[in-house]
Structure formats: structure tokens, C-alpha cells
Write a protein that binds this ligand. Sequence first.
Ligand SMILES: *Cc1c(COP(=O)(O)O)cnc(C)c1O
Ligand SMILES: [Zn+2]
Length: 410
Amino acid sequence: MAKVKGLRCRECGREYPAEPIHVCEFCFGPLEVEYDYDLIRNTVSREKIERGPKSLWRYVDLLPVEEPKVGLTAGFTPLRKAENLGKVLGLKELYIKDDSVNHPTLSFKDRVVSVALSKAVEFGFDTAACASTGNLANSVAAHSAQAGLNCYVFIPANLETQKIYGSLVYSPTVVAVEGNYDDVNRLCSEIANELNWAFVNINIRPYYAEGSKTLAFEVAEQLGWRAPDAVVAPAASGSLVTKIWKGFKELRMVGLIDGKLPRVYGAQAEGCSPIAQAWKEGRDYIKPVKPNTIAKSIAIGNPADGIYALAVTRESGGEWETATDEEIIEGIKLLAETEGIFTETAGGTTVAVLKKLAQRGVFRPDEVVVVYITGNGYKTMEVLEGHLKDVVRIKPTLADFRDKILVRVP
Ligand SMILES: *Cc1c(COP(=O)(O)O)cnc(C)c1O
Ligand SMILES: [Zn+2]
């Protein structure tokens, strides 16, 4: 494949062929896809992309897949101007990149999985698997069903019921591991060494992670081919944050945008914030933590890409901020009440962090700010119990309607 040169170790720079491998044999650093940007510069254009499918596959020239095989509808989600939320926060040019309506499983994971499983099919695997905090399992199960792959998803046993059903409906084998995500991930790394399965976020990880770049590509195109001034995104493993940054850099490298790149701000739940804590303490290494937060989809205590995500905020001029569980609920409600978007706990975290950053004055009022909403609220409904208005119950009579409802109208 001409556009992909191979894989390269992020630490020592050693090069490898584009195979289903993910760590450097010499230094155990993570491997990353390397492209021939000179070639890509000569083959891509805004016009060609605009004529492409209304999915993330319009950017196939910048993805490590020859021919999409599965997940043909993922991506190209709405970028909405957030007038109401912007007014509350004092931001005139606030936009929401709304992956809560991504297809087919309502989170940004459909991007990474469509790329990972297209690659897995290209490699000839017959079984897909993943270690997941919930959304990844949903997406791997759905895409495996589409592709006719056997599927095993591994999750922490304490996940939200909605997320468990959101996998089970596609009939994969769901393995609930008695432990947190970091335990699940460690187990899966051991299994991946034993079996010839496509673990999308282990041996296929270099390809999987590239799917997140499309969140930068789409935002730039939807803004009329320019980068915003700032973006705010949540972090679990930290991969998404690093790939949003890589995506904007690539667009500039191949000549699709010019000018300044955005400042990248990272959001974590206070109960699981190893990257944000490193930032606040000025460390360039991560101290693993034990997750304790309602934001389960981003509860990774030992984030694989943590140090690279830290480096992105440093390089781009951004920062890290955290939100408590209470602030996360408030964030979910604020987005719903102002913009009519129902997001899950990861989105609540991101909105809460956006609010704190805006209140601290890190954005100028006229800056173009994009907030990434990465998941759907129908998957984490149980966290809202006790936090919403009560339903008003009435008899089916006009009198009762008057007594119980109209008397309250001011
Ligand atoms: C997985 C996930 C993230 C973060 O992903 P990383 O790339 O691991 O940092 C953010 N939001 C949601 C809803 C997710 O499911
Ligand atoms: Zn290496």
C-alpha cells in the first residue's frame, strides 16, 4: 500500500512493516502508522473529499485502509453552532461536534472500530475482540455482526446495564471481568499473545487509533476548511486527544488547511484523572490511579497514551481540567437544557470542563471553540436517578389537570 509506509516506534523510531503488531520489540514503545505525505499531498484535494461519501471514508486517503470493508456509515456527524450554551458561557463562536449520534452505536468509537475492523478483514482475521469500558464493546459487537466476524468483548463487571445490553443484542460473547478496566486490559493483552484474534485496541491498536483523526478532519471541513482556535475533548486512554491533534497537523501538512492549529484542552473525571493530575503537578509521567467515578466510559486508571496526550496540550498551548461526579451530572443537564442534546457521562465531563475553562477566561469571547461530545445519554440513564424533576401524575380528567398542572403555571 503506497500511502502507508509502515509502522514506526514512537520512542526509538524503529520501523516495522504494516502488520497486526503494536509494540516495539526493542524498547516496548507503541507503534504508530507512518504515511507517505508527499504522495498524499499529490492525491488529496478539498474537492475530492467533498465528492466522497457522507461518512468518515471521505478521508480514506489519510487512513491506513485500502478499501473500507465495514462501518460504511460511521462519521460525518453534525457540527452545530451552540448559540444557547455559548450565551451561558460567554462564547460567541462555540460549536458542538456531536458524536452522540454517530452510527451505528452512538459514540465516537464507531470511528475507530470501522477503521480497525476494515483493517482486520484486510489482514484476514476471523475473530474480533476488545477490552472495553462499554462503548467500544457496543461498537465492536455491532461491526462484527456486519462483517460476519466472531466476536468476544471484555468489560469490567460493574458497567451500566444499558451498555451491557447494547453489546448483547448483537450476540457476541460478552465477558464480564471481575475488576476495573485496567484489569480487563491486562488480561486481554495476555489473551492476545495466545490467540490469533483481532483485538482492536491491542494488536490492531495502531490502525484503530487512526480513526480518531477524522474528528479533526470533519471539524476543519465543516468550518469551511480551517482549524478552530481551541478544542475541548475527553480522555480515557488519551488516544483521542493525541489523534485530534495529529489530524489537524496532517491537514496542514498535506495542504488542506493553513494557518494556526487549535489549542487542545483535555477533560477527565476527577475520580479518574491520571493525565490531568500529571498536568497539574507538572509531571511528564503518569501515576496510575484506581478509578472511582460515574464516568465509566472514560475511567482508565493507567492510560496507554497518557504521556503523549500530555505532550499534545504542551505543544498546542492547551491545558487539562477535571470535573467531579456532581459537576458531570450538571454538565449533562446543562447541555440537554441549552442545546437539546442528551449526552452520557463522558460528555457531561467535557461540558463541565468547558464551563470551568470558560469561567477561568482561557478563551477569548470571539474565539472559535469546538467541544467534542463523544457519547449518547441513553446509554448511561441510570446516573440521572434522583437528579431530575419528578413526573407529575394525574387522573385522566380536566379537573385533575387543572389542580395539579395549571395551578402551578405562574
Ligand atoms: C472511549 C471514549 C472516550 C476516550 O477515548 P480514548 O481515546 O481512550 O481517550 C471518550 N468518550 C467516550 C464516550 C468514549 O467511549
Ligand atoms: Zn522502540
